[in-house]
Write a protein that binds this ligand. Structure first.
Ligand code: DAH
Length: 351
């Protein structure tokens, strides 16, 4: 057989083998066997000296043409295998499958209530102020008219720190800070934040939240206090809410009041339908129709004196527990739920 005929046979052989190849790997191995440095085509080329000198250029040209043709064929085959694989994985792709949704966080219910309280009061013109949780005795007690060793301090089980500071037991020290900073009336501030007491049971947590309010100006009276609180609680709980002021005592207000609001569960009636056609005592207000909601009063002249304000100033202050408001607003009966960070609970409060 002439070399040219062998060249054609080799070409036919590879073409047939490529057609039969079942995979890209098989096709790749044929590349080595036929077109590699020790492949069949190279073997034929090495026999070039067997040919008469004048036939060699024609053979070389033919061999190169065959090599190019086979290379192209091989690439085509490989491309076809790749397309098959791609198609197969595409057919496994189901565009109707639901995607993986990113999990979204939500605000803590206490944050939601706190922000709502601040929004309502900011709209009335109260400015939000912030201050330290580790307080001095002066701001937390002394300037608020709790003298040293006075039994009024017993009402606030205090966590003392080593360096003479204490964890603030209420947000009321922010009244002192705001007045010292402003130096003179008018002052209209609210101070939301964490407070701390040595207390722990089903209804007390050693850390809880309060919002303090303070308005100092000329001619401020209890009626202004009542107007602001009525607006706040109606915005929070609905337009039917009514308030009741009961005389009380706080060292830093005179007179002092405890503010009750009509029960949001039984709407002030003290009883609810028992589901069997009768009535039962409302468990939330224990049948009284009223809920104790916050402490307030007219700023005591002793507090004005402590911050260098004129004794002729008038002002009201109030302080409320955010947890209590959130529990009533959302119908939560266990305070500890706020602090356990159970996502099943937290995830239910989406604005
Ligand atoms: N600081 C008081 C407490 O934690 C609450 C309070 C009562 C705040 C009367 C006030 C107020 O501003 O006027 O028990």
């Amino acid at each position: 057989m002439t070399l040219i005929a062998e060249l054609e046979r080799t070409a036919a052989g590879l073409t047939a083998a490529l057609t039969d190849a079942a995979s890209a790997a098989e096709a790749e191995s044929l590349r080595n066997a036929y077109l590699g440095r020790k492949g069949e085509l190279a073997a034929l080329m090495s026999r070039l000296p067997e040919l008469p000198a004048d036939e060699r250029p024609a053979f070389g040209k033919a061999a190169n043409a065959v090599k190019e043709r086979l290379n192209r064929l091989l690439e085509e085959r490989l491309a076809a295998f790749k397309a098959e694989v791609d198609n197969a994985s595409l057919s496994r792709f189901d565009p109707s499958m639901p995607g993986r949704m990113p999990e979204r966080g939500s605000l803590h219910p206490l944050t939601l209530v706190l922000e709502e309280i601040c929004r309502i009061l900011n709209n009335l013109g109260f400015e939000t102020v912030d201050g330290p949780e580790a307080e001095t005795d002066f701001h937390n007690f002394e300037a608020l008219n709790f003298p040293r060793d006075h039994p009024a301090r017993d009402m606030q089980d205090t966590l003392f720190l080593a360096d003479g500071l204490l964890m603030r037991t209420h947000t009321s020290p922010m009244q002192v800070r705001a007045m010292l900073e402003r130096k003179k009336p008018p002052v209209a501030v609210i101070a939301p934040g964490k407070v701390y007491r040595r207390d722990y049971d089903q209804t007390h947590s050693p850390m809880f939240h309060q919002v303090e309010g303070l308005l100092v100006d000329e001619g401020v009276g209890l009626a202004h206090l009542r107007g602001v609180l009525t607006h706040l609680l109606r915005e929070l709980f609905g337009p039917d809410v009514t308030l009741r002021f009961r005389p009380s005592f706080f060292p830093f207000t005179e007179p002092s009041v405890e503010v009750d609001m009509s029960c949001v569960i039984c709407r002030g009636s003290g009883s609810r339908a028992d589901g069997k056609g009768g009535k039962e005592t409302c468990r939330v207000c224990k049948g009284t129709g009223w809920l104790e909601i916050l402490g307030a009063g007219m700023v005591d002249p002793a507090v004005f004196a402590a911050v260098g304000f004129s004794p002729a100033c008038t002002g009201f202050a109030f302080g409320m527990g955010v947890e209590r408001i959130a529990m009533l607003k959302y119908g939560i009966d266990d305070l500890r739920l706020f602090f356990e960070n159970d996502l099943r609970f937290l995830g239910r409060f989406v604005k």
